[in-house]
Write a protein that binds this ligand. Structure first.
Ligand SMILES: [Zn+2]
Length: 271
């Protein structure tokens, strides 16, 4: 007799593709069911690359998802809405009047059979949110966390941004990270300056260098990889502490202070 057990629920297989745009942006396309022609786009900073993509693959736009107010993330929304009057999911902010479904920290919504969890990640900008798909272990985090780095801190304190990054670092190790820019190689150059002896980082750098030599995308990353190689998640490590001390003369008392000091050093670091 077969042992009785609860059958694990099967979640849809989601297809994720990137639309490269501008110098180094990615607009992410989420296709919840590859057998259907409806897709969602995250942070369309321009309409034309999205329209070209939809046309080329014979797809329809079903919704727009916005992480934060910067123009390279929202610049295409108006033109897309003219052709596709869809819902726009995003934070409540004056600068993003196109949002029709306001999202706050810990909100959840279901779209195309997918359950999205909202994680507020203020710091790069105050209203910044990330879209997390727990069943698929996917994270769309805009400019909050990058592969090997993080966004600049435009709004709020270092403490607030550090806490935001800690929320993302606490997600399951396997979570795939779809951030909005191809900054990985230059981020890892800085990371190597911070932690030259980090073996995981050395390996990652060589791998990313090869990918970029062939103009290939370096994303998605994973939470585990970031915890091992991203200096902004490793502010408490000895290497980072030594680096901060030697470059700023500071001896940060807390992880948040160390993060703030490291972010400030990176801001004036040659790309
Ligand atoms: Zn931004």
């Amino acid at each position: 007799m077969k042992p009785s057990h609860t059958r694990q629920r099967e979640y849809p297989v989601v297809k994720i593709t990137s639309i490269p745009a501008f110098e180094n942006n990615y607009f992410w396309v989420i296709q919840p069911d590859p057998a259907q022609d409806v897709v969602f786009v995250v942070d369309p900073g321009a309409a034309q690359p999205v329209l070209d993509y939809l046309h080329r693959h014979q797809l329809k736009l079903g919704a727009i998802l916005i992480t934060h107010r910067h123009n390279d993330h929202i610049g295409g929304v108006n033109d897309l809405l003219r052709l596709y009057p869809v819902s726009v999911y995003g934070p409540r902010a004056e600068a993003i009047p196109q949002v029709t479904v306001y999202l706050d920290d810990k909100d959840q919504f279901v779209l195309g059979g997918l359950t999205f969890h909202i994680i507020a990640v203020p710091g790069h900008t105050w209203e910044h949110i990330a879209f997390y798909l727990p069943h698929q272990q996917m994270l769309f985090c805009g400019d909050a966390l990058f592969a090997g780095g993080c966004g600049r801190r435009f709004d709020g304190t270092a403490e607030i941004m550090w806490e935001s990054l800690q929320k993302l670092a606490a997600l399951p190790d396997d979570t795939r990270i779809y951030c909005a820019h191809e900054y990985t190689l230059s981020n890892l150059r800085f990371a190597l300056a911070v932690e030259p002896d980090n073996i995981d980082l050395q390996h990652r750098f060589l791998h990313v260098e090869q990918l970029r030599a062939h103009q290939q995308i370096t994303l998605p990353s994973t939470i585990l990889l970031e915890k091992r190689t991203n200096p902004f998640l490793r502010c408490q490590e000895h290497g980072a502490q030594v680096f901060i001390k030697s470059h700023s003369g500071e001896n940060p008392a807390t992880a948040a202070e160390a993060f703030g000091a490291l972010r400030a050093i990176k801001d004036s670091w040659p790309a």
